[in-house]
Design a protein around this ligand. Structure first.
Ligand code: PMP
Length: 405
């Protein structure tokens, strides 16, 4: 028998397939709304000006070498990243009980967090994690890879194209005590639907009541609202209440460093003594997986976070991205409701937040957009706001209008 005879052919990644279809399409008005990365108003990738500056500083710094980083990463990066996400005045940082390690972007943080839980979390019965229905598709694979079974919790309500708050609360209440729930810290992917602050408070109450563990995934801090603190509000509120948890942090979107793979995992144990034990074990796991994380992206982010002028400039770059996205939401909404008078309610377009939006259109309508108008989007009706710009938003609105009638 042939060596790999028993290996079945895996299905193609759906986003990858979408991008390939878009690239092969020669229609002049084609639009890619599948893209998971920021594009400027001319549909080009954007290197943040502050990142360019940091790159030049690094290039000119002859004291830098290519030695290995410590297992847990570049300390000036992880400590500043912890402050950025947890808040400089957070109890966990003041009490020295946040465990921070540098990871291979947000995906690596999710993996390391999952691996750590699979080894050391005191699961109540079977090893399970509750994931929102729907969620970033990779979450399922990441947890399965380390032997943790994903289970759905109610999140999205197709009828309102909004949050199924009662369903969410019901899932939290009916889960066994000490269950692990993955929460999108802000800008939920793929729906763009986030709880309000009052809803987060009610959710936190149930975490406390039931002793649930909060596994926060934060891939869009600052990118969602334009405000780094606002986008970290929910996780800071949870940890401030003493809810046990961790947070996965990515600098892919908010620093435009997608390919540099810069991120961190922050675990928040209840005491400094527990933090020391947790850190020792996470280091052992990291050693066997990647030995030590890569330097370049961490150096860039460290420079930006630790220099007042660069940090201020970064915040302005973040606002540039967030505001462009928000203005596209407003324009799409205006075109649909005021100009085209498209049937149905479209409030969700501006209520939703972040890179993605669930339009509420069904798979056959999505397919029609692609086949008839050369607009590429996933069949669940999710569109990337980053793919919209002042040149194509009207064309997209008109196509949505056609399929909605
Ligand atoms: N979590 C969520 C919810 C995401 O949307 C993403 C990016 N698509 C990530 C994690 C991880 O991205 P990265 O590994 O590029 O930081």
């Amino acid at each position: 028998a042939e060596t790999w005879e028993q290996v079945p052919l895996a299905p193609e990644d759906s986003i990858f397939k979408l991008t390939a279809g878009y690239k092969a399409d020669t229609h002049p008005n084609k639009v890619n709304l599948g893209v998971g990365a920021y594009r400027d108003n001319d549909n080009k990738p954007w290197v943040l000006p502050v990142v360019r500056k940091a790159q030049r500083i690094i290039a000119d710094d002859t004291s830098l070498d290519h030695e290995y980083l410590p297992i847990t990463g570049l300390a000036s990066f992880t400590s500043a990243a912890a402050k950025l996400i947890l808040g400089a005045d957070s109890d966990s940082l003041k009490e020295g009980r946040a465990v921070s390690i540098q990871t291979i972007s947000g995906t690596g943080a999710n993996h390391s967090g999952a691996l750590f839980l699979s080894r050391f979390y005191n699961f109540n019965g079977s090893k399970q994690i509750y994931l929102s229905n729907p969620t970033w598709a990779n979450h399922h694979a990441i947890f399965r890879n380390v032997g943790i079974e994903p289970v759905d919790y109610s999140y999205y309500d197709p009828k309102t194209v909004g949050l199924d708050f009662d369903g969410f609360i019901g899932s939290l209440k009916s889960a066994p005590e000490r269950s692990v729930f993955l929460l999108h810290a802000c800008a939920h992917n793929p729906t763009g639907v986030d709880p309000t602050q009052d809803q987060w408070k009610a959710i936190a109450d149930i975490f406390l009541e039931r002793g649930h563990y909060a596994f926060f995934d934060c891939a869009y801090q600052g990118f969602a609202s334009g405000d780094l603190d606002r986008d970290a509000w929910a996780l800071r509120y949870f940890f401030g209440k003493g809810i046990p948890g961790l947070v996965c942090q990515s600098f892919a979107k908010n620093a435009g460093l997608y390919g540099e793979r810069v991120g961190a995992l922050h675990v928040i144990p209840p005491s400094k003594e527990a933090a020391d034990r947790v850190k020792s074990q996470i280091s052992v796991l990291q050693r066997s997986e990647i030995s030590n994380p890569p330097t370049y992206g961490a150096r860039i982010v460290s420079l930006i976070l630790n220099d007042e002028a660069l940090f201020a400039e970064w915040k302005r770059d973040i606002v540039t991205m967030a505001e462009r996205i928000i203005s596209m939401r407003k324009e799409l909404f205006r075109l649909l409701t005021e100009e085209l008078k498209t049937p149905g309610s479209w409030n969700h377009i501006t209520d939703q937040i972040g890179m993605f939006s669930f339009t509420g259109i069904n798979p056959s309508q999505s397919k029609a957009m692609t086949e008839n108008a050369h607009i590429y989007l996933t069949t669940n009706g999710r569109i990337s706001m980053a793919g919209l710009n002042t040149h194509n938003v009207r064309y997209v609105a008109e196509s949505l209008d056609k399929v909605a009638r």
